[in-house]
Design a protein around this ligand. Structure first.
Ligand SMILES: NC(=O)C1=CN([C@@H]2O[C@H](COP(=O)(O)OP(=O)(O)OC[C@H]3O[C@@H](n4cnc5c(N)ncnc54)[C@H](OP(=O)(O)O)[C@@H]3O)[C@@H](O)[C@H]2O)C=CC1
Ligand SMILES: O=C(O)[C@@H]1CCC=N1
Length: 268
């Protein structure tokens, strides 16, 4: 990976998280990363991470091997059409992280089937090396697939999936960050009501969420098995959990996930 150069077209919430994850990994020299944005830059063409920043998508493509498209879905067509003449199938690999835009859409914008095109669905925890990134590929060699996976491995866990599951991956793995953050906020609100300062409620909620996830990551168990270890018969945990379920806790989560999924399908 050391000699690979990466262009991130769209240095926004997700694009900057991907870049931070890559820089943090120290597997790629920041000077080999170029990120582009739409708004005019205020003078500096390197930023605090040591990467190149620019408004010139075509120059960024020409200077890079891996091109990550991280603009809003409705901008993918114009950006891909803009950079298409600069893309060389022998050199470049294109990766789109845009929600709901298929590989077939991108090939249509490119007007070629020859370029290796990937979809990847990371989340903003890439910035701290803890993303979950699902990846699917078109017309790529094993080496190209391995390279794209290695790039996203630097910012968390990766999973190769069939593209038909990419919208589901978007909901569970990318929107999922927001669902979990809202859960944490709810924990904090409850914690404050029963006596903690916001600061301490935040600390307790975060470490409790992290600990619960780490338990399952380390032992591979189903959550309900560990819930059994927490719920004392006639105890306070089961009383609270059952009340949460009476109020529709799991059901609202499932419905929210399905609604997000339907929203992506509607946008097509
Ligand atoms: N946010 C998330 O958690 C996730 C987002 N995604 C996908 O990632 C994509 C980006 O989302 P997000 O980061 O939230 O969006 P943002 O609006 O934060 O970022 C979009 C970036 O694209 C830049 N941009 C716009 N037009 C151009 C252009 N013509 N050339 C170069 N750059 C341009 C913007 O520039 P400027 O800053 O100057 O306005 C901005 O930096 C979307 O397609 C989304 O579906 C996928 C998974 C998770
Ligand atoms: O909400 C969105 O549209 C994007 C896609 C996945 C996460 N954020």
């Amino acid at each position: 990976m050391e000699n690979i150069s990466v262009a991130v077209i769209g240095y926004g919430n997700l694009g900057s998280s991907i870049v931070k994850g890559l820089v943090r990994s120290q597997k790629i020299d920041p000077s080999n990363i170029t990120a582009t944005r739409h708004r005019p830059l205020e003078g500096k063409t390197t930023n605090y991470l040591g990467i190149n920043v620019s408004n010139d998508n075509v120059a960024a493509v020409k200077a890079s091997d891996i091109i990550i498209i991280a603009v809003k879905p409705y901008r993918v067509k114009s950006v891909v059409e803009e950079i298409a003449p600069a893309l060389d199938p022998k050199k470049h690999v294109l990766v789109s992280v845009a929600s709901g835009v298929t590989i077939a859409d991108i090939l249509g914008f490119l007007k070629t089937e020859d370029l290796p095109v990937f979809r990847a669905m990371p989340n903003i925890a890439a910035a701290v090396g803890e993303s979950m990134t699902c990846i699917s590929a078109h017309a790529s060699t094993k080496e190209q697939s391995a390279l794209v996976q290695e790039i996203f491995d630097q910012s968390g866990e990766t999973l190769l999936i069939n593209e038909e599951l990419m919208d589901a991956a978007t909901v569970l793995g990318a929107c999922g960050t927001a669902y979990v953050l809202r859960f944490i906020r709810g924990m904090m609100q409850g914690g404050i009501q029963i006596g903690f300062s916001s600061h301490d409620a935040r600390k307790i909620a975060l470490q409790t969420v992290k600990g619960a996830a780490e338990l399952l990551i380390s032992n591979g168990k189903h959550p309900e098995e560990e819930i059994d270890s927490v719920t004392t018969p006639k105890g306070c945990t089961i009383a609270g959990l059952n009340e949460m379920e009476h109020q529709g806790f799991s059901s609202s989560l499932i419905r929210g996930i399905v609604t997000s999924y339907e929203d992506i399908l509607k946008s097509k």
